[in-house]
Write a protein that binds this ligand. Structure first.
Ligand code: NAI
Length: 296
C-alpha cells in the first residue's frame, strides 16, 4: 500500500510534547493538520510555541520564512474529535493510559471514515489490546515517534495481531516521505527502543539511589565514557517523569513483574511530588531561572 497522499488531512490528538511535534512534522510534509487537545487553549498554545520555535529556525537558516509560513498555515486547532471526520490518518498522542486511549479510539471509529488509519504514538501499550473490540481493528497501528519528533529520525511502525500489513506499509512509506527512518516492530511491551532503554534508566536510577554518584556525574559518564547522547537523568527530565514512569510500569506489568523492568522508587517520588522534569521546571535537575543547568 503506498504512502498517505499529501492531500490527506492528518489529525493529531494531544498537543503536548509529542503531539505538537508530530503535528509539525506532518505539516512540514505538506498535510493539512488538525490538532486536538481536551484542555482548552492547549492546542493553540502549542501552535504559538511552534511559531516561535520555527522563527528561530529561519534565523539559523534551517528553513526559509516562506517554508515556515506555509507550514504554519497548514496547522489548525480542532475544537472536538468531531472535527477530525475528514482525516485520512489520526495519530493519538495523549496520556499513556490504555482506558483513556481506548475511549478516544472508540469515538474515532464513530467519527472517521472506515478507511482512515488510526495510529497511536504510545510508548509501550499493546497495539493488539488497543485494537481489541474495535469495528475495524485492522486499521489500528502504532506510529511511535521519539522526542523531539521534528528532530529525531526514528519511527517505530508497530503492528498488533489484527493490524493489516498494508496499513503498516502505508505508515512506513508515509514516515519515509516525512523524512523519517521507520522500522517495523511487532507489538511486544515497550516495542524495541523502550524495551532496551528500560535497563539503561533502571541501572542509572539504582546507582543514584545507592548514592554512588550525583546525577550530573552519572550523566557526564554516560555521555563521555558510554557514548550516549544524553545520560538517563537529563533524558528522563526531558521526556517527563510522568510519561517515563508510566511506560516503565506498563512494561513491568506486561512482563508479569519481571525484575529487570521494575519501576524506580526515586522516580516515583519525583512523580508524586509533581517534579516531572523540564515541563514543570524541576526533575532530577532544576530548570528554574538562575539554576545551574545540566550540560547539554
Ligand atoms: P504530554 O503530557 O506532554 O501531552 C499529553 C497531552 O494530551 C496533554 O496536552 C493533554 O492535555 C492531552 N490529553 C490528555 N488526555 C486527553 C484526551 N482524552 N483527549 C485529548 N487530549 C488529551 O505527553 P507526551 O510526552 O506528549 O506523551 C504523549 C504520548 O506519547 C504518550 O503515550 C507517551 O507515552 C508517548 N511518547 C512520549 C515520548 C516522550 O518523550 N515524552 C516519546 C514517545 C512517545
Amino acid at each position: 500500500m503506498p504512502a498517505l497522499k499529501q492531500s490527506a488531512v492528518v489529525g493529531v490528538i494531544g498537543a503536548g510534547a509529542m503531539g505538537a511535534g508530530i503535528a509539525q512534522v506532518a505539516a512540514q510534509a505538506g498535510h493539512q493538520v488538525k490538532l486536538y487537545d481536551n484542555r482548552e487553549g492547549v492546542a493553540q498554545s502549542a501552535i504559538d510555541l511552534m511559531t516561535k520555535q520555527m522563527a528561530k529556525l529561519v534565523e539559523r537558516k534551517k528553513f526559509t520564512s516562506e517554508q515556515v509560513q506555509q507550514t504554519l498555515a497548514r496547522l489548525h486547532v480542532a475544537d472536538s474529535l468531531n472535527d477530525l471526520a475528514d482525516t485520512g490518518l489520526v495519530v493519538e498522542a495523549i496520556v499513556e493510559n490504555i482506558d483513556i486511549k481506548k475511549s478516544i479510539f472508540d469515538t474515532l471509529e464513530l467519527v472517521c471514515a472506515a478507511d482512515c488509519i488510526l495510529a497511536s504514538n504510545t510508548s509501550s501499550i499493546s497495539i493488539t489490546r488497543l485494537a481489541a473490540g474495535m469495528k475495524h481493528p485492522e486499521r489500528m497501528v502504532g506510529m511511535h515517534f521519539f522526542n523531539p519528533a521534528p528532530i529525531m529520525k526514528l519511527v517505530e511502525v508497530v503492528s498488533g495481531l489484527a493490524t493489516d500489513s498494508n496499513v503498516a506499509t502505508c505508515l512506513y512509506e508515509t514516515a519515509l516521505n516525512w523524512g523519517k527512518k521507520p522500522v517495523y516492530a511487532a507489538s511486544t511491551p515497550g516495542f524495541i527502543v523502550n524495551r532496551v532503554a528500560r535497563p539503561f534508566y533502571a541501572e542509572s536510577f539504582r546507582l543514584r539511589q545507592e548514592q554512588v554518584a550525583d546525577c550530573a556525574t552519572l550523566d557526564a559518564l554516560l555521555r563521555g565514557a558510554g557514548g550516549f547522547r544524553m545520560g538517563a537523568f537529563e533524558l528522563t527530565d526531558m521526556i517527563g517523569h510522568d510519561v517515563n514512569y508510566a511506560v516503565t510500569c506498563s512494561v513491568f506489568d506486561a512482563y508479569y513483574g519481571d525484575f529487570r523492568f521494575q519501576p524506580s522508587l526515586i522516580q516515583k517520588d519525583l512523580v508524586d511530588a509533581g517534579y516531572l522534569g523540564r515541563k514543570t521546571g524541576q526533575g532530577f535537575y532544576s530548570y528554574q531561572e538562575g539554576a545551574e543547568k545540566p550540560e547539554a
